[in-house]
Write a protein that binds this ligand. Structure first.
Ligand SMILES: Cc1cc2nc3c(=O)[nH]c(=O)nc-3n(C[C@H](O)[C@H](O)[C@H](O)COP(=O)(O)OP(=O)(O)OC[C@H]3O[C@@H](n4cnc5c(N)ncnc54)[C@H](O)[C@@H]3O)c2cc1C
Length: 431
């Protein structure tokens, strides 16, 4: 094992131990809204980048509908786009730094934010399911270097498997003679799909077991048989690349199975014996990332709210600023209220997830659901407050509204979050 691998393994073990420890009443940092100095410093650092670099570039890259490589490079140069930064955000035992950093970045611009943060889903999968050696080998390759940054993609969804992850048809077959896995299938809507150096692909190793027969594989850079399909033209988040990925007899070394074959065989044997499996490969990644995704939505909502507040103070009609009308002022009051409520749910879930409190009532899903819906609603209200200007591309709230909409769709639609919450609170298998 390399040094990086050993450090990664140790860090992971300590985090996993902390998170797994004491299911009843975990010892950990108490929840407080008083941010510590580190959290404030990071918030200020990311905000500075969002304000100085991301915001000014937002309109251009939304129009171009291309990956903003120069901005990613700027983020890499200051260390924001790196495993070290992501690791530092994640390492905060209160769990709040990751959502704080995401909120600030996406306050700058969501399309560029996703171009920078899209890699983290693949990183989360490798970190969560990989061995120390795999973490040490693949995560640095997800980011590349500041001079030559790279991105990574996490590919779970398929044309016929979106909300229903268990319907995944991509297969992975083991070739004992060569110690290789052979992947075949089509992935859909992959953020960074095809332009990534490292792809993490969820595939079925045993279709009969449904989602419990899934496993996650790393596809190393330049692997034959892994090609980008159609690039998706989108409503919003247009600076973030989304595309299909085709896997045609794509052979990867045995070592690319995250967690290793021994662990997979053990898990499959348990499932075949009717014992409970330890959760699904794709769902584990989504579960952990929901509060972070919620924080991104809060960032968009806050950006639209702040813009609308300033505008309402400046714009005059009938001889007075429009904010003097209760209809406008009360809308802004409600926006502020909803955004703060969403952030509190996000912080609660982030703290619970990081400090080992079980999501008894699907608090992770609650946070993502609320934040996504608040982002869509607040950005739409912001357009209303700006009137005709709000509807044009001359003003940013129109873009923010387009960007916000994805937050009720990806990483589990609002309906799926409600399904998860209703099942958790009722114990009933609601359909
Ligand atoms: C911009 C973008 C980026 C993405 N990035 C990634 C990525 O990086 N990696 C990845 O793997 N995927 C990614 N996705 C895919 C995304 O996660 C899926 O689009 C999402 O999970 C929904 O699946 P679907 O589109 O197939 O919708 P469907 O599952 O077909 O749902 C259609 C509608 O039916 C509803 N519905 C479905 N089942 C139920 C039910 N049981 N009860 C009630 N309502 C239901 C849904 O809520 C929705 O309203 C991305 C998608 C987009 C648009």
């Amino acid at each position: 094992m390399t040094d990086t691998a050993a450090v990664a393994e140790a860090a992971k073990e300590s985090i996993v131990d902390e998170v797994a420890g004491g299911a009843e009443a975990p010892e950990g940092p108490r929840f407080t809204l008083e941010l510590n100095q580190d959290q404030k410093d990071i918030r200020e650092w990311v905000h500075g980048f969002a304000e100085g670099v991301v915001r000014p570039a937002a309109e251009e890259w939304d129009e171009r509908e291309e990956t903003p490589w120069p901005v990613i490079q700027e983020a890499a140069k200051i260390g924001l786009y790196s495993f070290e930064a992501l690791g530092q955000f994640f390492a905060d035992p209160t769990g709040l730094t990751l959502p704080i950093a995401n909120e600030e970045l996406f306050w700058g611009d969501a399309g560029i934010g996703m171009a920078i943060m899209g890699t983290s889903l693949a990183v989360a999968a490798i970190f969560g399911q990989g061995t120390g050696e795999q973490i040490g080998e693949w995560i640095p390759q997800c980011f590349g270097s500041p001079e030559d940054p790279k991105v990574a993609a996490f590919c779970a969804s398929e044309p016929d498997a979106g909300s229903d992850v268990s319907a995944i048809r991509t297969t992975a077959k083991y070739d004992e003679a060569t110690d290789e896995w052979i992947l075949n299938g089509q992935k859909a809507w992959a953020t960074n799909g095809g332009i990534a150096d490292v792809h993490v692909v969820i595939a079925s190793v045993d279709r009969e077991l449904g989602s419990r027969g899934h496993a996650a594989f790393v596809i190393p850079p330049g692997t034959k048989g892994c090609e980008q399909g159609a690039k998706v033209k989108k409503h919003g988040l247009r600076a973030s690349h989304t595309a299909d990925v085709h896997l045609d007899d794509c052979r990867v070394p045995g070592s690319c199975l995250l967690g290793g074959k021994e662990k997979l065989d053990e898990r499959l044997a348990r499932v075949r014996e009717g014992k409970k499996g330890k959760g699904q490969a794709a769902m584990q990644t989504f579960e952990a990332s929901r509060p972070t995704v919620g924080a991104q939505a809060v960032g968009i909502a806050r950006a639209a709210y702040e813009y609308a507040l300033d505008y309402a103070k400046e714009r005059s009609q009938f001889g007075r600023p429009i904010i003097e009308n209760q209809a406008i002022a009360f809308t802004l009051a409600d926006m502020k209220l909803e955004i703060d409520a969403a952030r509190l749910l996000v912080w609660r879930a982030a703290w619970m997830g990081r400090s080992g409190h079980k999501f008894e009532n699907a608090e992770g899903s609650m946070s993502k659901l609320k934040a996504g819906e608040v982002a869509v609603w607040s950005t739409e209200r912001a357009i209303q407050i700006l009137g005709g200007n709000g509807y044009t591309r001359e003003f940013p709230v129109e873009r923010m509204h387009r960007d916000a909409k994805i937050y009720t769709i990806f990483e589990g639609t609002s309906e799926i979050q409600r399904l998860v919450i209703s099942r958790a609170i009722s114990g009933v298998h609601v359909r």
